[in-house]
Write a protein that binds this ligand. Structure first.
Ligand SMILES: [Zn+2]
Length: 235
């Protein structure tokens, strides 16, 4: 890749990161429509770059292109949220067990600082900040595995769960108080079985808070309009 290509690749990555961050902070509502023009103006880049960014985020399931070519922030259904949590249950308990097995080689400073930031957001009733931080906690754990593919996968899953929390969460917290701290304590103690058990319990807890079995229909005008436009064009 030439230097122009490399710079463009870096720019795309930065924009992608900004959009993910906005989703983590709940600044971008599920279902919201995005246009190439608006994004190109916001980031002061060409539409070519924006098209690449959109293509990648669409590939990851974070942005959705509808049949008219319009781009929307994903709006995961309850069933999709359940599936994402099923995948996380397959991955994250193993992640913390692996970390506990390597506890002697790990640095806990960033995890400790992170837990304190969560406590602070909780005390200040900063719900947006807390949803972002509790999500980032899970990414931080995965980053300690130093497995880039796992980090990428979890980043995508985390963005989708943040959107699902916005849509379906009933409680005030994204992750229940103290559960993160107990997981870190088990890792630090090198107790892999306990860390694995606590993570599984924690993910179950998140799923319960999302009320995914709730029978209320998802009230979303955008998806309703998409459905209606599909009906109108005759199927
Ligand atoms: Zn959590």
């Amino acid at each position: 890749m030439g230097s122009v290509g490399r710079i463009r690749g870096q720019t795309e990555k930065l924009i992608r990161r900004s959009i993910l961050q906005a989703i983590f902070e709940q600044r971008m509502p599920p279902g919201a429509r995005l246009t190439e023009d608006a994004l190109a103006d916001t980031f002061e880049v060409s539409r070519t770059i924006i098209r690449q960014v959109i293509a990648r985020l669409a590939q990851d399931g974070i942005l959705i292109k509808d049949s008219s070519g319009a781009t929307h922030i994903a709006s995961p259904s309850r069933q999709e949220a359940k599936q994402i949590l099923d995948v996380r249950r397959m991955i994250e308990p193993k992640v913390v067990r692996t970390l506990a097995d390597r506890a002697a080689d790990l640095s806990f400073a960033d995890l400790q600082a992170h837990l304190e930031a969560e406590d602070k957001a909780r005390k200040q009733n900063d719900r947006g900040g807390l949803v972002r931080l509790t999500g980032e906690f899970h990414l931080l754990l995965v980053q300690h595995t130093q497995n880039a593919i796992l980090v990428r996968l979890m980043t995508e899953l985390q963005a989708l769960i943040c959107l699902a929390i916005l849509l379906y969460a009933s409680g005030e917290d994204a992750c229940p108080e103290d559960e993160h701290r107990r997981i870190v304590d088990a890792i630090r103690a090198g107790d892999g079985a306990r860390a694995e058990h606590l993570m599984l319990h924690h993910l179950d807890h998140i799923e319960r808070d999302l009320k995914l079995d709730d029978l209320r229909p998802d009230v979303q005008i955008e998806s309703a309009l998409t459905w209606l436009s599909g009906r109108r064009s005759g199927d």
